[in-house]
Design a binder for this molecule. Structure first.
Ligand code: BDP
Length: 327
């Protein structure tokens, strides 16, 4: 009898295993943005390599989920198969990921990539699934470095006092702003930042050149403070529930296809970072370069953050800093 049940069960599963299906991928950025291009490339590779058996439909512009937290939770519930998000909100579910996005951690983009594509990054990517989060990390993408952009000019950390800054949904990032003297405001999707600044809900936000430009935020927050406080990579995530429905061979193919899009995204990223900076500078953005003393002022405020959010990951952080000696 038991064997019969097992047979019926296997037969019911067979079509899913053999025939694949159509899956959705959620993305907050518009078409043409580097991560959107990479999403499409991922979809193309998976489609091609399965002869169309697995189809991935890419929904850009936040049309499925305007807030990345919503997409992440949909993945956990098995309602959504894939999403490309920033590592920052993912750390709310997999706290170890904060270790790779501590403020003023990397010397450069090359330093970050040596970490992400080395042992530390690979282990953390695998930990996303191993932690039981219901999420599976497929690959990292580039997102440059993040800077504050504000309605008023700020030349040193004293100028941050009392400013309301839109932050990603991550407690560590909110705390970072508090330590700088400001107030971190969450719950505002990246596509809503423009109006939140315009209406005065916040005094500014923080992001890389491409998001600052692409979302149009530079029109309402004209001061871009070059403090480069964080480098937060993007992550392509898959639902664990969906992964468990797929055959081993298909899962391997999906991992491989995701990995194959990384270099593509990094290339698109470099182009976009350059053109976005040019666009906003031409439009009259006031780019504030901090003096070494002012920069040190920002950086020195971060010691408690390393204690509060980094103490459980001291080894990882030390490894990252060690890798930095080569840069
Ligand atoms: C951008 C990331 C995007 C985030 C956004 C944000 O590409 O995934 O949603 O920042 O600040 O740089 O929410």
């Amino acid at each position: 009898m038991r064997r019969l049940y097992a047979l019926v069960f296997a037969a019911a599963l067979l079509p899913a295993l053999a025939f694949g299906g159509t899956y959705r991928l959620s993305e907050v950025h518009a078409e043409g943005y580097p991560t959107s291009l990479a999403d499409h490339e991922f979809s193309r590779l998976v489609g091609e390599r399965t002869n169309g058996r697995i189809k991935i439909e890419v929904y850009t512009g936040g049309t499925l989920y305007g807030e990345e937290t919503g997409a992440i939770e949909a993945l956990q519930a098995g309602d959504l198969a894939f999403t490309r998000v920033s590592a920052s909100p993912v750390a709310s579910y997999v706290p170890a990921l904060n270790a790779i996005q501590m403020p003023y951690l990397y010397k450069s983009g090359a330093h970050m990539w040596a970490v992400l594509n080395g042992e530390v990054g690979k282990k953390l990517l695998a930990d996303i699934e191993a932690s039981g989060s219901g999420l599976v990390g497929l690959c990292y993408y580039d997102a440059g470095s993040r800077c504050f952009y504000l309605k008023k000019e700020v030349k040193d950390v004293a100028g941050m006092a009392g400013l309301k800054i839109r932050m990603q949904n991550n407690r560590m990032m909110v705390r970072m702003v508090e330590l700088l003297g400001g107030v971190g405001v969450t719950g505002i999707g990246p596509n809503e930042v423009y109006s939140a600044i315009q209406t005065g809900t916040v005094d500014g936000a923080e992001n890389n050149w491409p998001t600052y430009q692409n979302m149009g935020d530079y029109e309402v927050a004209k001061y871009y403070i070059l403090d480069q406080h964080t480098r937060v990579p993007e992550i392509l995530l898959m639902s664990k529930a969906v992964k468990d429905e797929l055959s081993r061979a298909d899962v391997d193919l999906i991992f491989k296809s995701a990995a194959d899009t990384q270099a593509f995204e990094i290339e698109k990223w470099a182009e976009k970072e350059k053109s976005s900076e040019e666009i906003v500078r031409k439009a009259g953005t006031a780019v504030v370069t901090l003096t070494p003393a002012a920069f040190a002022g920002f950086q020195s405020k971060m010691a408690p953050l390393y204690e509060e959010f980094g103490s459980a990951y001291k080894d990882i952080i030390a490894q990252i800093q060690k890798i930095g000696e080569k840069f």
